[in-house]
Design a protein. Structure first.
Lengths: 101, 391
C-alpha cells in the first residue's frame, strides 16, 4: 500500500539523493541504490516544482508551505495544494524526500 | 501518481542542462596513481606498485577531495578514476564516497584484482551510476599472465569479477587484441556476454598508444605488439560489414580537412584530465610540457576557463602537418592528434605514420580510396566522401 502525503507532516530531502543546482536547474542525483528506474539517470524539476522544492526543507509542516505559496502567488490554496501534494507524492514514491522529525 | 509529472528524467550526459555555451567542465579524468600491480605488455601507465618515489609524490586524498569540490562547483557531472590501478590507493574509498556525495557519477577503470567484499558492498550500496570497467587480458591463466606479467593476476581478476557479480554491481569487461590474446577473441566475447553482471557488450582495444611518459624501451615493446591496417580492418569486420559503412558515412559527415588546427576532438571540449601529481592536461595522453597546467599553482576554474581554451586555439607551424594532416579528408577516421604526436615524436603536430596507415586501410575498405592513394592528395576528398554516404 503506497503511503499518502499528509499535509500535517514535515518532509525534507532524503539522504539517499544529492541535490545540486546547475545552471539554475535543481538536479537530483541518486546516491544510494534503488532510486529511480534507471540508476544512470539524473532528475530535474519543472518550474512549479522548483518553487515548492526550495521550501520543503524539513523545517515546517507541508500545510505551512501551501499557505506560504498561496500568499506569495496570490492563488487559491486548493490549487497550490494540488501541486504541492502532487510533487511531494512523486518525490516520496521515488525516495527523494522523506518524512522528517 | 498524478497525471502531471513534476520530475523530469534527463539523460545521464546532462547535455540538456546547459545552454549553447556548455559547461566549463562536464567530465574530469583523474589518474589516481601511476602505479599498477600488473605490468601489462601494452600499457602506457604502469610503474611498479611499490614505487616509493611515485607514491610519495601522489596527491593525498584531501587534495583530490578539494579538486572534486571545485569540479562539482563548475557543473561537472562525471569523474573517471583510473591509473595505473586506482584501487592500489588505500584511500580510494573516501575519495570515491566524496565524489558520489557531491552528486558526481563515477567511472571506475580497474583491473579488478584488488576488489574486496567491502568495496563491492560499497559499490552496491552507493552505486557509481556507471558500469565498472574491468580489464580482462586473457581467457586462461597462461594467456592473461603473459600479458599482465603478474603471477596470480588471473585468479585475482576472476575473483574480483565474481565479487562484483555477487553484489550485483554492473560492470563491463574490456579486452585487448594482442599477440597472446588474438586467438581467444571469440571465446572472450562469448564468455563476456554470458557473465552475470555484465552491463553491456564487451569491448576490446586493438590500437595501442606508445608511452606518453617517454620510455623508449617500453614504447618499442608496445610498437612490436601493434596490428597493421589490414589486420585492423579484418578485426573490425568481425562486428559486421555495417562497421565499414559507418566509417564511410562518418567520414562524409565529419566536415572538411583540419587545416592547421591541432585540437579537433569534440568530446574534450568540456573535459580535462589530471595526473597523479595534480597536473592538469587536455587529456591523459597529452603530457607535452607546453600543454600541462600545475593545479598546485593555480585553480581548476582558471585551467578550464583560460588555460585550456587558449590551448585549443593552438595551431601547427609544421609544414609536413600542413601538407598531410592539414589537407586530409580522413580526419574523422584518423587518430592523429597532439597526444599521439607527443607519444610518438615528442611534438604536438608530427604526422603519426601508424595511425595514418590505419586510417588509410579503413578508407580503402570503405571504398573512399584506391590502394596506394594518399588521402591528402585527393583534391575533392570531402566531396568524394559525402557522395558516398549510404552507398
Amino acid at each position: 500500500m503506497m503511503e499518502k502525503i499528509d499535509l500535517s507532516r514535515v518532509y525534507g530531502p532524503s539522504d539517499d539523493v544529492v541535490v545540486r543546482e546547475i545552471e539554475g536547474e535543481i538536479v537530483i542525483v541518486p546516491l544510494t541504490s534503488g532510486i529511480g528506474d534507471l540508476e544512470d539517470e539524473l532528475f530535474t524539476l519543472n518550474e512549479t516544482a522548483r518553487d515548492i522544492w526550495s521550501r520543503v526543507d524539513g523545517s515546517r509542516p507541508l500545510a505551512a508551505v501551501v499557505r506560504e505559496l498561496a500568499a506569495e502567488y496570490d492563488a487559491p490554496e486548493g490549487l497550490i495544494r494540488d501541486d504541492v501534494v502532487g510533487l511531494l507524492q512523486e518525490l516520496f514514491d521515488r525516495r527523494m524526500i522523506v518524512e522528517k522529525g | 501518481m498524478p497525471a502531471r509529472s513534476y520530475v523530469r528524467k534527463v539523460p545521464s550526459s546532462g547535455a540538456v542542462l546547459w545552454g549553447a555555451s556548455g559547461p566549463a567542465l562536464a567530465r574530469l579524468d583523474i589518474e589516481l596513481t601511476e602505479r599498477c600491480n600488473n605490468d601489462c605488455l601494452h600499457c602506457s601507465v604502469n610503474l611498479p606498485a611499490g614505487n616509493a618515489s611515485a607514491r610519495t609524490r601522489e596527491w593525498p586524498a584531501e587534495r583530490w577531495t578539494g579538486l572534486l569540490d571545485d569540479a562539482a562547483g563548475l557543473g561537472c557531472l562525471v569523474v573517471r578514476f583510473t591509473g595505473g590501478e586506482p584501487l592500489l590507493r588505500d584511500d580510494f574509498e573516501p575519495i570515491y564516497l566524496h565524489a558520489r556525495k557531491l552528486g558526481l557519477r563515477v567511472m571506475l577503470f580497474t583491473n579488478g584484482t584488488l576488489m574486496t567484499p567491502r568495496l563491492a558492498r560499497l559499490l552496491r550500496d552507493v552505486p557509481p551510476l556507471e558500469a565498472v570497467e574491468v580489464s580482462v587480458y586473457g581467457m586462461t591463466k597462461e594467456t592473461c599472465e603473459t600479458v599482465t606479467r603478474a603471477p596470480g593476476s588471473f585468479a585475482a581478476m576472476r575473483r574480483g569479477l565474481g565479487l562484483l557479480g555477487e553484489y550485483g554491481v554492473p560492470f563491463i569487461v574490456k579486452g585487448a587484441v594482442l599477440p597472446p590474446t588474438r586467438r581467444e577473441l571469440d571465446e572472450f566475447e562469448a564468455w563476456a556476454a554470458a557473465l552475470p553482471g555484465q552491463a553491456g557488450a564487451p569491448s576490446w582495444a586493438a590500437l595501442f598508444d606508445l608511452r606518453s611518459r617517454p620510455d623508449a624501451r617500453r614504447s618499442a615493446l608496445i610498437a612490436a605488439l601493434r596490428i597493421d591496417g589490414e589486420g585492423y580492418v579484418r578485426l573490425a569486420r568481425r562486428r559486421g560489414e555495417e562497421v565499414v559503412d559507418e566509417w564511410r558515412d562518418f567520414c562524409g559527415r565529419s566536415g572538411g580537412a583540419r587545416g592547421d588546427r591541432l585540437f579537433t576532438c569534440l568530446p574534450s571540449a568540456a573535459s580535462a584530465a589530471v595526473d597523479a601529481y595534480g597536473r592538469l592536461q587536455y587529456c591523459l595522453g597529452l603530457r607535452h610540457p607546453d600543454t600541462v597546467y600545475d593545479l598546485a599553482a593555480g585553480s581548476l576554474r582558471e585551467a578550464m576557463t583560460d588555460f585550456l581554451p587558449r590551448l585549443r586555439e593552438k595551431r601547427s607551424a609544421d609544414p609536413a602537418y600542413a601538407e598531410r594532416c592539414g589537407r586530409c579528408f580522413l580526419k574523422g577516421l584518423c587518430q592523429q592528434c597532439p597526444a599521439k604526436s607527443w607519444a610518438e615524436h615528442g611534438t604536438l603536430d608530427t604526422p603519426v605514420e601508424y595511425f595514418c596507415g590505419i586510417a588509410h586501410a579503413q578508407a580503402v575498405a570503405a571504398g573512399l580510396l584506391d590502394r596506394g592513394e594518399k588521402a591528402w592528395t585527393v583534391p575533392d576528398g570531402s566531396a568524394r566522401a559525402k557522395r558516398r554516404i549510404g552507398s
